[in-house]
Design a protein around this ligand. Structure first.
Ligand SMILES: Nc1nc2c(ncn2[C@@H]2O[C@H](COP(=O)(O)OP(=O)(O)OP(=O)(O)O)[C@@H](O)[C@H]2O)c(=O)[nH]1
Length: 239
């Protein structure tokens, strides 16, 4: 005798969550999916919307476990979905979307002078507490005749793509440096980042004044102390 199909709601209840499908593809490809990794290549069309529904459902569970009456409190009724949207479409968007397109121009005039872009606004979140990291970033480049020049706005777009992931500052700045080295192939690259970590301001040690400043120097900036000094003097972190 043929078995009756289970009711539709039970079938839906057993459906594999979309996050599991995406995770399986990443693992199949032997790729990492840490908080600051981009996994856009493993997300199929329509799956981001399904992921948003999944995160909203789980976030509702978190609010319920915090003993908040999400059914009657008019202020938190839609909070789970708002938070899911904020994570996936805004503050952690750099994990889920492909790298923004970057227009590259040949270095037709063989420019080889120091060029600085900044301050670029940094908006990120720490991987430990998911608290905001807010700061500024400067990029110094020494192109050579083989370097690709990229549009000025693209430095901000690429930095934003890297920063809008749960991060730690040391790894975030190294990711920015690696990406720019691969895009521009300059003789030298310098990146300096200064940021407030709200996990230290809002909670924990509650030290409002502390900032973290770090720098990554590559190529000519490592070898040439006067180039490094010129860059740091022009950036003038005290402003
Ligand atoms: N190195 C580094 N540490 C960070 C960054 N952002 C946050 N942190 C630190 O990460 C640490 C997390 O440490 P834990 O000791 O596991 O967390 P915790 O018990 O909540 O610690 P407290 O923040 O001291 O209350 C804290 O010391 C944070 O200040 C970052 O970008 N780089």
């Amino acid at each position: 005798m043929a078995m009756d199909k289970p009711p539709k709601s039970a079938q839906e209840g057993r459906a594999e969550p979309v996050s599991a499908k995406i995770r399986a593809r990443v693992e199949q490809a032997n790729r990492r999916y840490f908080a600051n990794d981009n996994i856009s290549a493993f997300i199929e069309p329509g799956e981001l919307e399904a992921l948003l529904d999944e995160v909203a459902g789980k976030m509702k569970g978190v609010l319920e476990s915090l003993v908040i009456d999400v059914d009657h409190d008019h202020n938190t009724q839609d909070t789970a979905r708002r938070v899911a949207k904020m994570y996936l479409n805004e503050v952690f968007r750099g994990r889920y979307v492909a790298q923004p397109p970057v227009t590259e121009f040949p270095n037709a005039e063989y420019l080889n002078e120091l060029m600085i872009v900044g301050p670029i606004t940094v908006r990120s979140a720490c991987s430990h507490h998911l608290c905001p990291i807010m700061g500024r970033l400067w990029i110094g480049l020494l192109p050579n005749e083989h370097s690709n020049l990229i549009g000025l706005s693209k430095y901000s777009r690429l930095a934003e793509w890297i920063m809008s992931r749960p991060q730690i500052q040391e790894e975030a700045i190294a990711q920015v440096a690696d990406l720019l080295m691969s895009k521009v192939a300059p003789d030298g690259l310098a990146v300096v980042m200064e940021a407030d970590h709200f996990c230290m301001h809002w909670r924990g040690v509650k030290d409002n004044a502390t900032k973290m400043i770090n720098s990554v120097m590559r190529g000519a900036f490592l070898k040439n102390a006067s180039l490094r000094r010129e860059f740091l003097a022009l950036v003038n972190l005290k402003d």
